[in-house]
Design a protein around this ligand. Structure first.
Ligand code: PEP
Ligand code: MG
Length: 579
């Protein structure tokens, strides 16, 4: 059987399927029948024993590979077996007739609430551990298998309806050979993370969860978007040949990692890094690039029960700044909402989240969160070369309001004698057409801007960037995208202000010649895109790139644009061969 989807992260993989669906507990609402307590408590003890067995196993497996995690598993076991909580659960079952799952939920949440109210940040963090243990206990009660992508015990190809940033942020990169999801497209966060981690991925495969079974062997081709289930020997052999070819091509490209991104006629293009989870692997690319063009700070807010406090944020920002030394780091304030939810955002569920309270809008509506972030950013700003930008800006009023929040925190820090960078620049992301269309005016007011082409395309085409049903309408090469970029580049050049691109288009080797031809000199991209981007830049001549850009601006359809870009790319490839 062959399935097809959108190849969003290069590479090929062969392995067994792991169907992933996060566990959602459904608590028993009814009280126990008279005399039912004893049997219910026996079932509760069995669930607890099963949870304990899982934790024992995890602790053993992690003992040498990750001793810190192993310690956490041991602490979780202590929580699970805590005699005080156990007594309260048992009392609720015996005396109030509450079903053990509902009783455990009530008791664990009460204790988690007490911890959350503590003044001690370490105690507050324990609340998340309590809820993690509760989830395990309730899953064992329901008899559902463990599904956690951060701790896998064997290599697998993950198949899911969708993966949330909270699933992918902590994904076990060693054991996830490939990713297949039913929803999502090339600019969804799953795609961005998969590319960042170098995991081959195919998204937008309808019915993947139904068609594939746990343990079934599949070949995933992240070049063509094809998934072959139960491959024949010949298909496996072809996979192995291709896998070697892809690995060799990636090795060739690696030669460009440290090359200077300068065109043949001497135009220097800045190649910067997009940073998401700020893990070691990502940050290790800092030395190969000209700075960080997008630090997606919202990853600090995901995959947790509690919002990050000022100190935690300060330390995270400082770590990234120090890693980049003198090189610029453009930190983006939290871009939550859309497909990125955060603790407490459940009550915010909207019918059209991408048109709702996301990005800067959420920050302005929740000033108590925004102020904490602004303070942490300002405190960190003295540790490197930082700039700050706001996502999802629709108007200059919003920019002004954000600036006022920063100004308020600057004053507060001054009163406390805490230093911050007096040269700090505040910029915006251009993602919403309403700000793009007044770019000439915006360029006079904001310190700099960076174009988020992922969202800009979504809003220009009015097509949800993660929905496979409108994938054909989300056109990353729509002539309107290039025309908007041409207008933006001109407006910012005339105002003498910096404009960069940090959406996926900025790291797309096919699009880069036209972007350079439009006058864009700053590109920011995921680590995996850096070598290919540098290679393309080094093969360019500016006049030829400018002619290409002009030609692209006169195309009528996405396919016409693509054809122009491909013709140009094959010309470059021919030129490289001759050289
Ligand atoms: C974008 O929209 O292009 C962008 C860079 O931001 P994100 O992908 O995080 O929404
Ligand atoms: Mg965006």
């Amino acid at each position: 059987m062959v399935l097809k989807g959108k190849a969003v992260s290069r590479g090929v993989a062969l392995g067994p399927v792991l169907r992933y669906a996060p566990f959602q507990p459904v608590l028993t609402k009814e009280l126990l029948p008279a005399g039912g307590a004893e049997a219910a408590l026996a079932a509760y003890r069995a669930a607890r024993a099963a949870a304990q067995k899982e934790l024992d196993g995890l602790e053993r497996r992690l003992a040498s590979a990750d001793p810190e995690q192993a310690k956490i598993m041991a602490a979780h076991r202590d929580i699970l077996l805590d005699p005080a909580m156990d007594e309260e659960i048992t009392d609720l079952v015996n005396y109030d007739g509450v079903s053990p799952d509902a009783a455990a939920d009530q008791v664990f949440r009460t204790y988690a609430g007490i911890l959350r109210g503590s003044d001690n940040p370490l105690m507050r963090e324990r609340a998340a551990d309590l809820l993690d243990v509760l989830n395990r206990l309730l899953r064992c009660w329901a008899g559902a298998p463990e599904r956690d992508l951060s701790r896998l015990d064997r290599p697998v190809i993950v198949v899911a309806d969708d993966l949330y940033p909270s699933d992918t942020a902590a994904i076990d990169r060693k054991n996830v050979l490939g990713i297949i999801t039913q929803t999502g497209g090339s600019t969804s966060h799953t795609a961005i993370i998969a590319r960042g981690y170098g995991i081959p991925a195919i998204l937008g495969v309808p019915n993947a969860m139904e068609a594939l079974e746990d343990g079934q062997k599949v070949v995933l081709d992240g070049e063509t978007g094809e998934i072959i289930a139960d491959p024949s020997e010949a298909e496996e052999a072809a996979y192995r040949r291709k896998s070697e070819r892809v690995a060799a091509a990636l090795r060739d490209l690696d030669a460009f990692l440290d090359a200077e991104p300068v065109t043949r006629d001497g135009v220097r293009v800045q190649v910067r890094l997009n940073v998401a989870a700020a893990g070691e692997r990502e940050l290790s690319s800092a030395e190969h690039v000209d700075g960080c063009g997008l630090f997606r700070t919202e990853f600090l807010y995901l995959n947790r029960e509690q919002l990050p406090g000022e100190e935690e944020q300060y330390l995270a920002y400082r770590k990234v700044l120090e890693r980049f030394g003198d090189k610029p780091v453009i930190l983006r304030t939290m871009d939550i909402g859309g497909d990125k939810q955060f603790p407490g955002s459940e009550e915010l569920r909207e019918d059209n989240p991408f048109l709702g309270l996301r990005g800067l809008r959420l920050s302005l509506e929740r000033p108590e969160l925004f102020r904490v972030q602004a303070r942490a950013i300002l405190r960190a700003s003295v540790h490197g070369n930082m700039k700050v930008m706001m996502p999802m800006v629709g108007s200059l009023e919003e920019y002004r309001q954000a600036k006022a929040v920063f100004a308020g925190e600057m004053d507060a820090l001054d009163r406390e004698g805490i230093p911050w960078d007096r040269d700090l620049r505040l910029g915006i992301m251009i993602e919403v057409p309403s700000i793009a269309l007044i770019a000439d005016l915006a360029a006079q007011e904001v310190d700099f801007a960076s174009v988020g082409t992922n969202d800009l395309t979504q809003y220009l085409c009015a097509a949800d960037r993660v929905s496979p049903s409108v994938r054909a309408y989300y056109k990353e090469y729509h002539p309107a995208v290039f025309r908007t970029l041409a207008y933006l580049a001109r407006a910012f050049r005339d105002a003498g202000r910096e404009l960069s691109i940090c959406g996926e288009l900025g790291g797309d080797p096919l699009a880069i010649p036209a972007l350079v031809g439009l006058g864009i000199r700053q590109l920011s991209m995921g680590a995996a895109s850096v070598p290919a981007a540098k290679r393309v830049i080094r093969s360019l001549d500016l006049p030829a790139a400018e002619r290409l850009a002009e030609e692209v601006l006169h195309q009528k359809t996405q396919e016409d644009v693509r054809a122009c870009l491909e013709r140009f790319a094959s010309g470059l490839a021919g030129q490289e061969k001759e050289a």
